[in-house]
Design a protein around this ligand. Sequence first.
Ligand code: SAM
Length: 279
Amino acid sequence: MPETEGNLEVKDYSYEEMTARPFYKGILEKILPDNLVKDLEGKVFVDLATGAGGAIAAVMSRFSQLENIFGIDIDPKAIKSCKEKFLEEGVHFLIGNIEKTPFASNSANIITCANAIHLTKIRNTLEEAYRVLKDGGVLAISSAYIGDVMYPTEESAKLWGGIAIEAFKLAVSEGYGDDLKRERKNRKNKQITQMGLEGYLEALKDTGFQKIEYFITVAKMSIDDMLAILNYDEFAQGALPGIPISAAKRFLSEAAIKIYSSLDCGYIERAWVTITAQK
Ligand SMILES: C[S@@+](CC[C@H](N)C(=O)[O-])C[C@H]1O[C@@H](n2cnc3c(N)ncnc32)[C@H](O)[C@@H]1O
């Protein structure tokens, strides 16, 4: 039986597994370059779209002096998971939309947003981060959905596409073809905000950010890494909308296993972009 929190049905937060994957931990650990983070005593750190708190854990492990830490996410399951996980550390968590947060203007020294900004209206989120940051404050974002660079090679694009096609075929073969067609039409443009790297850099500049820098990490994702992301509820729903989520996860997992079994190298690449900027 699912647990309940108020009137909400709260099941497990399914991004949890992804945040435990070593490759992903490595990406989160690099989100804040050392040279941008100085004299941490009394400083305020906010993690936007905190999920299972992976970025908070990674930042805390490197900068143990940080004390005033906040995580915000729109998903009550994520916040519940974080509250349990960080019970001892005194981190504050709240449910909310990162496009319009309850944080005061000019109140934070550091803001991170890992692998989530593409799920929001990008410019709104950047403007909100700018509002909340103090002058000189640092923003660090990461995303695996930066249009023109997310597939490091043609081969990787083909393999990611191959998983989607195989999963789609499996869904159709089990009678979900009409549901998929209907729901895909309804959801058009509602899932991920597509923007290229130049678009992000320009949006940051337009918002007022300075000292904008970026680096790209190419992850070699193993089948276990892939299964962790495919079994994230929102991913499965986005890839195969309109069908029961457990079925979507099953089709995606079977498709991935099939594609991986044809690979000699055992991994599929994906590029994560990290961008830092200062107010
Ligand atoms: C892929 S997960 C990333 C979680 C975490 N940042 C990490 O890297 O481990 C995306 C998260 O963004 C959250 N999210 C999506 N849209 C949001 C919004 N408008 N406001 C707040 N959180 C949002 C989701 O609930 C989810 O927890």
